[in-house]
Design a protein. Structure first.
Length: 224
């Protein structure tokens, strides 16, 4: 399956792109969003094209990602790694990075950052933001939709081998995994870990602990 994050993702999606790959639950809003491998790969390609064609970035550049666990966060992380960027995840500001992705709450902190800055409302169905976009920011969803569905490459991933090694050390099973983001907020655990195990993901945020066993049963997933 390879030793880079993009190669792990490509191997899983390549088996059957139509299968559910990432199913997202938010117990605070009642949202359930399911993405097949093909659908998530489309978002990943659009993100990589945004970074390369829209921002002029590539290997050696850094993406600051100030976002909570979310299916759109997965698309941005995988897109950045695919384009060859390294990722600074969860840093308090985007200072020192070449591009920044942030939630609305993080964007409104007013911290200094790079010239290319994208804000996410994290709305259901991947809808653009409602209302105003903070000054100096662009709406990620509105911008990324303008880019191609196929990323022509070259596919990056160099430098992600250490993350893959950390993920494999978790010893996660394959199949389908239910991940409570409250307990596992690190993307090495909720995203790279399942990839390294060859597993699809059920990601639960703002989780009601009482719902998790039933959710695991309904999704035919192993709760970690």
């Amino acid at each position: 399956m390879g030793n880079t994050i993009p190669s792990l993702f490509a191997a899983i999606v390549g088996k059957d792109p139509s299968l559910p790959f990432l199913t997202f639950y938010d117990d605070a809003t009642g949202e359930r969003t399911e993405l097949s491998g093909a659908t998530l790969a489309n978002w990943v390609s659009k993100t990589a094209n945004l970074l390369v064609d829209g921002c002029g970035l590539g290997p050696g550049d850094v993406a600051a990602v100030r976002l909570p666990p979310h299916w759109q966060t997965a698309a941005i992380l995988l897109g950045a790694w695919t384009a060859g960027l390294s990722v600074a995840y969860g840093e308090p500001t985007g200072a020192g990075a070449d591009v920044e992705f942030a939630s609305l709450a993080a964007a409104e902190t007013g911290a200094p950052g790079p010239a290319d800055r994208y804000v996410l409302g994290l709305a259901p169905m991947g809808l653009p933001m409602r209302g105003g976009v903070p000054a100096g920011w662009a709406d990620y969803v509105a911008e990324v939709r303008q880019h191609g569905d196929h990323y022509p490459g070259p596919v990056g991933g160099a430098g992600t081998e250490d993350l893959v090694a950390r993920a494999r050390a978790l010893g996660l099973p394959g199949g389908r995994l239910l991940v409570d983001a409250v307990a596992h907020p690190d993307p090495v655990e909720w995203l790279v870990g399942p990839l390294a195990a060859g597993a699809s993901i059920v990601l639960s945020v703002n989780s009601d602990p009482a719902k998790l066993p039933g959710r695991a049963a309904a999704e035919q997933a192993t709760e970690i």
